[in-house]
Design a binder for this molecule. Structure first.
Ligand code: PLP
Length: 401
């Protein structure tokens, strides 16, 4: 029996990958063990974050890093760090920047997304640059680097960039441009961690802060993330997240700050106090980071490929399937089921809905539904669940009469 049933909640089969709505990635046993070991022990959270910084620096190549309450929290904290620096007075004012303070972030119009609310939540205003010309018939050009340069004013505090393989212009160009203007770049790399060198490569561009999720490809707790980058900014973010109720005569700034003397005054609870991360979550995330960067998860790929092939083998004609195998042994293989909508007189939306409503309840990726496709992601599927998915799909896709 699933633990959720005692509260009247029906468990589901998650064939969508690591989406937040469905609880993110399942944690490996090593990560769960770290979580529970940390739960029955005590330490200073500040010291644990300083230790985390060393480990995250080692794996990412950044000068420093902290565990945040998810990528979105990392974006809010990163923005707060850029806006306030090490100024306790500015930290205290956020999310209202001091009059006259730089508070605008440039972002490519085509990179706007639901998560940029996290940047605005810290008190920043987004200023869009670039055309969305690519979606019009004549359009061949996307956002260009000079457009960021042309939009910089004395109000510009930084540049927000959403990392994706197809993102243009390239991050390196944006970082070089920003640094010529002495501006920091904040990168949202949430779900983009595979192949494994992606995060180190993003950091190597010189991007000042990079935020990512802990509960997606890393397979840490869903409520975790990483914010890594320049030590002064990461230190500012940590100060704005930590509980600050230590006695001023006993408190000293966390060991992440390169020049703690530049901090004047002991900040009070900051903007990020509500984004606290527990010792259990930090211990679990650090364990997940070690597993991820050691390549431990790669061994699951061939089994995942086999399971997707088994599911594909059950898809009845005239529906079809396509298996996308990235062949690098690191990124996930993904199965796309092409629903024969005409023959079945049912749309992919209909099938998706009946999979959700049936028994067992199955959630598949909905990103390609308008194209008549269901997406099956193997990350959270067990052997038994794969068999159940195959069987339900076979039934749903069998033409009647
Ligand atoms: C998932 C995601 C986030 C949010 O990450 P959390 O760890 O859930 O806070 C932010 N940005 C992008 C692009 C994402 O895909």
């Amino acid at each position: 029996m699933s633990i959720f049933e005692q509260w009247g909640v029906t468990p589901i089969i998650n064939a969508t990958g690591s989406v937040t709505r469905l609880g993110g990635a399942v944690m490996p046993p090593e990560v769960i063990a770290a979580f529970s070991a940390a739960a029955s022990d005590a330490c200073s959270l500040e010291e644990l974050q300083v230790a985390a910084s060393r480990i995250l620096a080692h794996h990412t190549g950044a000068a420093a890093g902290i565990v945040t309450a998810g990528c979105a929290a990392g974006l809010t904290l990163g923005t707060a760090a850029i806006l306030a620096g090490l100024d306790a007075g500015r930290m205290e004012r956020l999310p209202r920047p001091a009059p006259g303070d730089r508070h605008e972030f440039l972002v490519a119009r085509e990179q706007r997304n639901g998560y940029d609310h996290a940047v605005r939540a810290a008190g920043a205003t987004l200023v869009e640059v670039g055309f969305n010309e690519i979606v019009s018939n004549a359009g061949v050009r996307r956002t260009e680097t000079w457009e960021y340069g042309a939009a910089i004013t004395e109000r510009t505090a930084g540049i927000l960039y959403i990392a994706a393989p197809e993102a243009r212009p390239r991050l390196q160009e944006v970082v070089d441009l920003a640094h010529r203007h002495c501006l920091p770049v904040l990168v949202d790399a949430a779900g983009e961690l595979l192949p494994r060198n992606t995060l180190p490569d993003l950091v190597a561009t010189g991007a000042d802060l990079v935020a990512c999720s802990g509960g997606k490809a890393l397979r840490g707790p869903q409520s975790t993330g990483i914010l890594c980058g320049r030590a002064e900014l990461v230190g500012s973010a940590l100060l704005q997240m930590l509980d600050m109720d230590d006695h001023p005569d006993l408190w000293s700034p966390p060991g992440i700050l390169p020049e703690p003397r530049r901090l004047f005054g002991q900040p009070r609870h900051g903007l990020g106090r509500g984004f606290k991360v527990s010792k259990e979550e930090i211990a679990a995330l650090l364990t997940a980071v070690e597993l991820f960067f050691s390549g431990h998860y790669d061994q699951e790929r061939s089994q995942q490929l086999t399971r997707l092939r088994q599911i594909a083998g059950q898809i009845p004609a005239p529906s079809r399937w396509e298996l996308d195998d990235p062949h690098d042994g690191q990124r996930f293989p993904v199965l796309e089921v092409v629903v024969a909508e005409q023959a079945l007189r049912k749309s992919a939306f209909d099938i998706c809905r009946s999979l959700r409503d049936g028994s067992p309840r199955i959630f598949v990726g909905h990103g390609q539904l308008p194209l008549g496709r269901l997406v099956i992601h193997p990350l959270c599927l067990t052997e038994t669940q794969s068999v159940q998915v195959a069987e339900r799909l076979r039934v749903e896709l069998t033409p009647s009469g």
